[in-house]
Design a protein around this ligand. Structure first.
Ligand SMILES: C[S@@+](CC[C@H](N)C(=O)[O-])C[C@H]1O[C@@H](n2cnc3c(N)ncnc32)[C@H](O)[C@@H]1O
Length: 243
């Protein structure tokens, strides 16, 4: 049997972590789960089977948020933080710009939060970031945030079976499955988020490329829909509607 063919990137990642490629020829696991690390915005984030592997498209969500953050003391929460890639990268960017911040990283999975904690300690060492295990906003401290991030599960359930094997056989289903139309968790999230965002605050969300209309939310939210770098519908920037 030939076994697995590694790409140059995969091969180099194995060598970087002192792993012998010959020992991994019979697994189809994503390279990030083999090495235990994923690259995101130039940093190595610990990942494991309890966390999604942060995607390169998601880097753009952080960039959009940094560009639109003007204040000198920004409060943020990252709901469904997984490895912590979004929230930690946002904080790192603000820190590099000499801006102050306070943040919360939250996930429904205690196992994912443990990984986020490792990344927080390795990459940021900030004490003004809290880790909170929570189903959406249930355990989030009652306050209004400037910025809310949410890259929640958004894949319509019926499409899970047709995802690539490397995704559906290895990544946690609780990070992927967004219910019948992919918006079930997002709908709950947006109905709760209105109590946690400042009037001039914003929500930065990642959605499925089929989520091209947000009319059902327009009573509460003004939503700008943006493409990712592959020209696929990908981000919703939501501002509360002033009644
Ligand atoms: C698509 S992954 C995104 C992970 C990370 N934000 C990223 O961009 O790499 C979705 C995350 O949402 C979490 N999640 C799912 N349902 C949730 C809920 N009801 N409340 C909070 N987090 C939830 C999952 O555990 C998972 O870590």
């Amino acid at each position: 049997m030939m076994g697995r063919q590694f790409s140059t990137y995969e091969y180099n990642q194995l060598l970087k972590y002192n792993l012998d490629p010959h020992n991994y020829l019979d697994t189809n696991a994503p390279i990030e789960y083999i090495t235990g690390f994923a690259e995101f915005k130039g940093k190595s984030f610990a990942v494991n089977k309890h966390t999604l592997i942060p995607r390169v498209e998601t880097e753009e969500l952080v960039n959009i948020a940094v560009k639109s953050t003007s204040g000198n003391d920004t409060s943020f929460v990252d709901i469904g933080t997984g490895s912590g890639a979004i929230g930690i990268s946002f904080a790192l960017e603000l820190k590099n710009l000499n801006k102050r911040f306070s943040g919360v990283l939250s996930d429904i999975s205690a196992y994912a939060l443990k990984v986020a904690k490792t990344n927080l300690n390795n990459l940021l060492f900030e004490s003004n970031i809290q880790l909170v295990k929570s189903d959406l906003f249930v355990n989030i401290p009652k306050q209004k945030f400037d910025v809310i991030f949410a890259n929640l599960p958004y894949i319509p359930s019926a499409r899970i079976a047709s995802l690539e094997d490397s995704v559906k056989n290895f990544e946690p289903i609780t990070a992927l499955d967004g219910g019948s139309d992919g918006l079930e968790i997002i709908r709950k999230f947006l109905s709760q988020a209105i109590d946690y965002v400042k009037l001039d605050g914003k929500i930065f969300m990642e959605v499925d490329d089929t989520h091209t209309a947000a009319t059902e939310f327009e009573n509460s939210w003004a939503i700008e829909i943006l493409n990712d770098s592959n020209k696929k519908n990908r981000f919703w920037i939501c501002r509360p509607v002033k009644h």
